[in-house]
Design a protein around this ligand. Sequence first.
Ligand code: SAM
Ligand code: DTB
Ligand code: SF4
Length: 349
Amino acid sequence: MDEIKRNTRTDWTREEIAALFGLPFPELVFRAAEVHRASHKADEVQLSTLLSIKTGGCVEDCGYCSQSVSANSGVKATKLMEVQQVLQRAAQAADQGSTRFCMGAAWRNPKDRDMPAIIEMVKGVRAMGMETCMTLGMLTPEQADMLSDAGLDYYNHNIDTSPERYDQVITTRTMDDRLDTLSNVRMAGINVCSGGIVGMGETRADRVGFIHTLATLPDHPQSVPVNALVPVKGTVLGDMLADTPLAKIDDVEFVRTVAVARITMPGSMVRLSAGRESMSEMTQAMCFLAGANSIFTGDKLLTAPNAGEDSDLAMFARLGLKPLAIELTPAQVEAQRMPKGCAKLEAAE
Ligand code: SAM
Ligand code: DTB
Ligand code: SF4
């Protein structure tokens, strides 16, 4: 770990990051693979499972998102799921080998009245021996502290794109609002998960600015999700891509983005996140070579389809990859030994 710390810089310049992007592709991937091997096992990939605990009807206007009230995507708004329902889904994910359960809500921010149920979800999932992650929108310092006290391991809040492009994608909250939430999460002692989306019609300079913002935070996010835009009909960006297919990012540029994230943030888990459905296995393999070491499993992301358990297992077998195991506390091992289903739920109470 000391080695990683010594090599971890938070003073990257945009010029340095642009130079990395501009390297000949084989050289860039080679360097990223070297950095990856110095800090991580190159054949281990961490598996996270996503669950939308509150879908649609979101008041924010993020131009990529099917869940915004500004979109005409046909996604139906739901209420916050019941705690027991969420814990049942978490138990299924644990049975399928997932080590992190990420719960997402289509909120600008959680309301104080939502916090007791959210806290029960965190405690329940943790008792099953999985790491917990939540993504609920903006958090106050007090809310971040409450989640930390409940034992939340990770909080996902993406910066999404470069500071320059930000207000062309979202107008209802600023990049500074996002950075404030990341700071509240960090100060509460919760691991930060923050990344963004490529393929939204941005320029290479925007991708440089996006990585630069993450790699110069006071501490690198422990997890960096790199999403490829899932173009959803009825969203501003989904419709834009349908009209101008040339705006779609090419696979080589996507792999470059992963490689630059890996080199600039050597100790972070880099997650190959949304968009794998439309990626060839070879492109995903290139991402793993270039330092991606985490994915979302299961056949659904929040509202969009995902590759699915069986095809991922087959891909892992072909590529010789294996799921990253996490260390469990004795109490968690005990909870996992109990009969499936209800006992896991009892353990969560
Ligand atoms: N509402 C919360 C928020 O925005 O912080 C949490 C959920 S939100 C859906 C989580 C992240 O998913 C977004 O920040 C964005 O990066 C990603 N995302 C949403 N829609 C996407 C899409 N169509 N394609 C790729 N990534 C997407
Ligand atoms: C992240 O960066 N990607 C995930 C997670 N964090 C919450 C979400 C991807 C959403 C993809 C589109 C959808 O399912 O609606
Ligand atoms: Fe709402 Fe999050 Fe979607 Fe933005 S990304 S519209 S905040 S659910």
